[in-house]
Design a protein around this ligand. Structure first.
Ligand code: ADE
Ligand code: ZN
Length: 345
């Protein structure tokens, strides 16, 4: 494999320069403390922290739930369509700097409708930024609405109904929030409905919960990608299936570190999964909270695990293969990827 020989000193530059797609990033988790404070002020929403620095210092988590509590508090500053637009533009600018050429952005409408906002306010603000992304930031962006799994099936159905008039602004449906105790089966019927409506389907599974959640995301929800999925490593039959079906996993190493899914980055299983033939990708999840955007995820994980140029190529290639872009654009992006790698051999 020619790319395995790329020297380790040149890897960080290659990782930064290679074109890539980001497939697992919650837009509410990209809200940096500075913008969060500015929005709180302009919208008259008081915050429990006296300063940007104090807020950032509170970003120490024991597990997924301890993060979700702070993340949810942060979303209370979002009030207007312009807020959703501004938040998305800030992310897109960062993504462009990391050579992201395509992104599929998660958002949770229910968080915001729970604060009294309308579905239109949320989706129209996000969508306008996505629409302007090619001209402003040189990248394409689409939207995936995630149901909150700690809420009921009925509430997920309501959320889907409210989004239907804006259906053309969304590419897919996902499932996020507190995983343990809220298995995929709880959302079997609403995912079946979303599938009938023609949405692409993804779900968080096997972030903290056991491999059984991944099996049922595949068999019951019939998803096309698994978000996280790192617990699959404990189930040999599942690993075989993921490889055989080329089922993509959107892995988020710094998130796993900060939420203590793995005690250290050196113990992360990304390299083992790739070497086993899993179609893994690297993503930032909630970059404002977990200490880095996508390139930081790449460079830190490669340094910790001693990964090679071949892994870099495979991860970038997987990100395009696993994306929901059409075949013609996928091919163009892969050509751009190949061209960058050729300059490094
Ligand atoms: N919502 C935002 N980030 C999440 C994560 N890592 N897992 C589940 N739900 C989330
Ligand atoms: Zn996530």
């Amino acid at each position: 494999m020619p790319y395995r020989a790329i020297s380790p000193e040149r890897l960080p530059e290659l990782l930064r320069r290679m074109p890539k797609a980001e497939l697992h990033m919650h837009i509410e988790g990209s809200l940096e403390p500075e913008l969060l404070f500015a929005m709180g002020q302009r919208n008259g929403v008081p915050l429990a922290y006296p300063s940007v620095e104090a807020l950032r210092q509170a970003y120490v988590f024991d597990n997924l739930q301890s993060f979700l509590d702070i993340y949810h508090a942060g979303t209370t500053v979002l009030k207007t369509e312009q807020d959703f637009f501004d938040m998305t533009c800030a992310y897109l600018e960062r993504a462009q700097a990391d050579n992201v050429v395509h992104t599929e952005i998660f958002f949770d409408t229910q968080t915001h409708t729970g604060h009294g906002l309308s579905t239109e306010t949320v989706i129209n603000g996000l969508y306008r930024a996505c629409e302007e992304a090619p001209a402003r930031y040189g990248l394409s962006a689409s939207l995936i609405l995630c149901f909150l799994r700690h809420l009921s099936e009925r509430e997920a159905f309501e959320c889907l109904e409210q989004a239907l008039p804006l259906r053309d602004k969304l590419v897919g449906i996902g499932l996020a929030s507190s995983e343990v105790g809220h298995p995929p089966e709880k959302f079997a019927r609403v995912f079946a409905r979303a599938r009938e409506l023609g949405f692409r389907l993804v779900a968080h599974a096997g972030e903290e919960a056991p491999p059984a959640y991944i099996w049922s995301a595949l068999d019951v929800l019939k998803v096309e990608r698994i978000d996280h999925g790192v617990q699959a490593i404990h189930d040999a039959a599942l690993m075989q299936r993921l490889v055989a079906e080329r089922m993509p996993l959107t892995v988020c190493p710094l998130s796993n570190l900060k939420l203590r899914v793995f005690p250290t980055l050196e113990q992360h299983t990304l390299k083992r999964m790739l070497d086993a033939g899993i179609v893994a990708t690297v993503n930032s999840d909630d970059p404002a909270y977990f200490g880095g955007y996508i390139n930081e995820n790449f460079t830190q994980t490669f340094a910790a695990l001693g990964m090679t140029g071949q892994h870099a190529y495979q991860l970038a290639r997987n990100s395009f293969d696993a994306s929901f872009i059409g075949e013609a654009r996928r091919k163009q992006y892969v050509e751009r990827l190949d061209a960058v790698f050729e300059t490094f051999v």
